[in-house]
Design a protein around this ligand. Structure first.
Ligand SMILES: NC(=O)c1ccc[n+]([C@@H]2O[C@H](COP(=O)([O-])OP(=O)(O)OC[C@H]3O[C@@H](n4cnc5c(N)ncnc54)[C@H](OP(=O)(O)O)[C@@H]3O)[C@@H](O)[C@H]2O)c1
Length: 240
């Protein structure tokens, strides 16, 4: 889900190149068709908007056309940072896509594995932005923390119910994709190809939570240690 651009597209291309049967979804039909062109007999497409209430049904139809799935990977997400004045419409859209849309689709994938009894992998990309609140990206950072918490809750639930499901939270550092404003360089920005490779590996093999980028592993570990009264005085410059 969210296979039409950036990290999702890169990972989908890798799965296709490695011979997997892949279902690709997102709103951009042109991008979906170009992915299908890579291997028409084993790439299935679904034009799905995760904001729509019909999205779960559409996703399950795609899964049925594929004959079932072993891995669900959720990459859909947005970031709005063009206007420093924090427009409420942007904040709400971010929360609706990254938290409500996320719940809708990841929840549907969880139920799919629960009812089908398949011992699969439910994987989603949250972000290092969800470790602490970010003054420049309030709804984005909060929505990513929400995503990580939701995955943790589902992991606990899956264990309780003996589903044998692997639920993986992937947290990349800033990566040059269309998500980021083109005119700005982000803090410790990483090359997309490198991150796509790590997301692909984590999708297949990680057990719980993975932070991508050594410098981000260190930085996020330190971030967690900062007391709230100091953290609120910090002014983190995310971009130049
Ligand atoms: N790039 C970074 O620095 C970075 C760092 C950490 C985490 N992340 C996270 O990684 C994920 C992928 O980001 P990216 O960098 O690859 O961004 P991207 O290139 O902008 O791709 C975003 C994807 O989300 C999909 N999407 C957005 N709204 C959607 C909707 N309503 N319904 C269905 N799909 C929707 C888009 O598909 P359509 O437009 O076709 O619908 C697109 O495929 C996001 O969750 C992002 O927050 C990115």
């Amino acid at each position: 889900m969210g296979a039409t651009s950036g990290l999702g597209r890169g990972v989908a291309e890798r799965f296709i190149a490695d011979g997997w049967t892949v279902g690709v979804a997102g709103r951009n039909r042109q991008a979906l068709e170009s992915l299908q062109g890579l291997a028409p007999d084993r790439v299935f497409t679904g034009a799905i908007d995760i904001m729509s209430e019909s999205a779960p049904k559409e996703m399950l139809e795609l899964v049925t056309r594929m004959g079932g799935i072993d891995i669900y990977l959720h990459c859909s997400g947005i970031l709005r940072a063009d206007d420093e004045s924090m427009p409420i419409a942007d904040e709400v859209l971010t929360a609706e896509t990254n938290a409500v849309g996320f719940t809708r689709m990841v929840g549907t994938a969880y139920k799919y594995f629960e009812t089908s009894g398949r011992k699969g992998r439910l994987v989603a990309i949250s972000s290092i932005a969800g470790i602490r609140g970010l003054e420049s990206l309030p709804a984005y950072s909060a929505s990513k923390a929400y995503d990580s918490t939701l995955l943790e809750a589902l992991r606990q639930r899956s264990r309780r119910d003996g589903l044998g499901l692997k639920i993986v939270d992937i947290k990349p550092g800033w990566t040059r994709t269309p998500l980021l404003n083109s005119g700005r360089k982000y803090l410790l920005e990483m090359d997309a190809e490198r991150v796509i490779k790590s997301v692909y590996k984590a999708t297949l093999y990680a057990r719980r939570s993975v932070t991508i980028g050594l410098r981000w592993k260190i930085l996020t570990a330190l971030e967690r240690l900062v007391p709230a009264w100091i953290y609120e005085r910090l002014h983190l410059n995310l971009w130049k």
